[in-house]
Design a protein around this ligand. Structure first.
Ligand code: ATP
Length: 593
């Protein structure tokens, strides 16, 4: 396949707003690619070189790219800058100033050159690589290559749309669950595409977990009371819910890799976990999951979540790790010595985990109780809350590990921090307002935020958020959003609201609200007959959730369930006069996902 053909498809995808048409165009594109090309087609369509868990980045700034454009086209950097100011998109600038026909490069060659640029270390090497590439491309092709390199392809295609296209490719759409399952087990849509190309839907039936490919994490539903936990699960495992960073640890021989909640490779952040896993687990090949928490050794209290995330920006992680040592509370086993454990019942996985882990300085097992008694669940809840923990996780004993799904196999019951009917919802920032008065001085005073809708693979607005951040945080947020500013609404954002600045849906924040209401202003849950849903008096409760991707935000469906739960709980608790738990004990609206 020629790179030109890929670029032509990109243009067609860009021009459509219909999801179905988009998926069908992608299907056509995937069909025309060879088996050896199809994975690269998938990655490039998603604006990447490899699945994001590989952590490969181009490391090319706009400045560097303008330098390369100026060298390749023989015009002054100043002229490129001026054109950029006018067009607001370096892809369009490239299309305008690359005047030659190009060498009709193969997709695989362009991919190889792009990889070389990403892998080269020095600035000069990167510029030379870019110049070389641009010289072989036509203006039309250069537009898309430049956008890919800058991480600004923005075709409006997310993983869910690619899954749709892959289902169509593998025959009929009834195979979609198989495609989803394969994706949930490896998080690599390129690999799934290759399997389909090589062996059709049949190849997906035999798809198995592999060490080195992160499994999309199983998530929990929420209920209103301990009683409902027992009603739904009967005899179950009740565990402490630690408020830290969820980690998935992969070991094959001496090689260990660690992935975060959004499947980012974070191995370098946790050297002590790597050491502990090599020493304190009695197996050579496995995948386990746990929650990492920083512990204050003097007081025995847990440090806030941010303390863990700060490791990301530390050069000397070992030193920081000595200052803030962590524990990994292990709670699940997903693979062991060639055997896929995701299919086994929870209780078997847990028993094996207990056998494997020699609890040491860093690895611990999560605190757990097996019970079918409401009273025991309630007192366990009280006990862990008094230890300063978030609440409890209850797990169905006979359930497999449902990768990538949120369901009642796992149930969370969280403590409300504010003693109000506090809703926490994870929302994606899609735009912002300059604000008035003192805020206007900061250049940012409010956010427009959205939920994720997996059915349409879009982000639907649910609220404006104007409080909860300190002045310093507003400034930091504005700086973080700066490189993601857009001249118009992102193609995956569905909004009736206007903003001062649109941004790429990238950052997730957790917000609290007094209640969920119906509103004609927002698109979350809106239909031709009914208004959307909105958050009343929302306020941010944490800074940017770096462990979440935009697609990990609360979904529209979850918010609707929460809306129903909110109505149910607000009456239910007040009727339970016999309860020694006050209504605010449970955070019934904890929609953090
Ligand atoms: P949250 O924002 O509440 O952490 P989440 O979206 O990351 O939510 P949920 O399904 O809502 O995921 O809650 C499960 C989360 O709770 C897990 O992702 C994990 O990080 C954390 N957790 C803490 N303790 C446990 C435990 N014992 N078992 C499973 N998950 C646990």
């Amino acid at each position: 396949m020629l790179f030109k053909e890929l670029a032509q498809y990109f243009q067609r995808v860009e021009e459509t707003t219909s999801r179905l048409e988009m998926a069908d165009l992608l299907r056509e594109l995937l069909q025309s690619a060879e088996a050896g090309e199809v994975d690269k087609v998938v990655y490039l369509t998603l604006g990447e070189l490899m699945p994001s868990f590989r952590g490969v980045e181009f490391g090319v700034s706009e400045k560097l790219l303008m330098d390369a454009l100026s060298k390749a086209c023989g015009i002054k950097v100043k002229q490129v800058e001026e054109l950029y100011k006018k067009r607001g998109d370096l892809g369009l600038v490239a299309q305008e100033i690359v005047r030659w026909q190009g060498r009709e490069l193969q997709l695989l060659q362009v991919y190889a050159e792009l990889s070389e640029i990403a892998l080269s270390r020095g600035t000069l090497e990167k510029v030379m690589g870019l110049v070389n590439l641009l010289k072989g491309l036509s203006g039309f092709e250069a537009k898309y290559a430049v956008r890919i390199v800058l991480g600004k392809l923005r075709l409006g295609v997310g993983d869910a749309t690619v899954i749709e296209a892959l289902s169509m490719l593998s025959g009929d759409r009834s195979v979609k669950p198989l495609v989803e399952r394969a994706y949930n087990l490896c998080s690599d849509l390129g690999l799934v595409a290759r399997r389909i190309k090589e062996g059709g839907a049949k190849a997906l039936e035999d798809f198995r977990v592999q060490v080195g490919y992160p499994i999309r994490m199983a998530l929990a539903e929420r209920v209103a009371s301990a009683q409902e936990v027992v009603e739904r699960l009967n005899r179950c495992a009740v565990e402490a819910k630690y408020d830290g960073l969820r980690l998935q640890v992969h070991r094959e021989g001496e090689k260990v890799e660690i992935y975060s909640r959004n499947l980012e490779r974070v191995t370098g952040m946790f050297p002590e976990i790597v050491r502990a896993v090599l020493q304190e687990v009695g197996a050579q090949s496995f995948i386990l999951e746990g929650e990492a928490v920083a512990l204050d050794e003097e007081t025995g209290d847990f440090h806030p979540f941010q303390v863990l995330m700060q490791r990301k920006r530390k050069h000397n992680v070992e030193e920081y790790a000595r200052e803030y040592p962590i524990k990994l509370f292990c709670f699940d086993l997903l693979f062991l010595q060639g055997e896929d454990y995701t299919l086994k019942p929870f209780i078997q996985r847990r028993e094996k985990l207990q056998e494997l882990i020699k609890e040491g300085n860093t690895l611990r097992l999560s605190q757990m109780l097996l019970t079918d008694s409401v009273e025991e669940v309630e007192s366990f809840f009280q006990e862990v809350v008094s230890q300063g923990l978030e609440g409890i996780m209850a797990k169905r004993l006979d359930a497999p590990y449902t990768a990538g799904a949120r369901n009642f196999n796992w149930i969370k019951l969280k403590c409300s921090y504010r003693g109000t009917l506090a809703d926490t919802v994870d929302v994606v920032v899609v735009g912002y307002y300059y604000g008035r008065g003192a805020r206007a001085r900061l250049g940012i005073g409010g956010l427009l935020v959205a939920l994720y809708d997996p059915h349409t693979d879009t982000f639907k607005t649910v609220s404006k958020v104007g409080s909860g951040f300190t002045e310093e945080e507003w400034i930091r947020l504005r700086e973080m959003l700066q490189p993601h500013r857009l001249s118009c609404k992102h193609p995956r954002v569905d909004s009736l609201m206007e903003v001062d600045v649109w941004v790429e849906p990238k950052y997730v924040i957790t917000v609290n609200a007094d209640e969920i209401t119906r509103s004609p202003l927002h698109t979350a849950g809106r239909s031709p007959q009914e208004p959307g849903y909105a958050l009343r008096f929302p306020r941010a409760v944490s800074f940017v959730r770096e462990d979440k991707n935009p697609e990990d935000a609360t979904t529209v469906e979850e918010l609707i369930r929460l809306y129903q739960l909110q109505k149910k709980v607000s009456t239910q608790w007040w009727r339970r006069e016999d309860s020694n738990l006050r209504p605010e004990t449970y955070e019934i609206s904890a929609l953090t996902s």
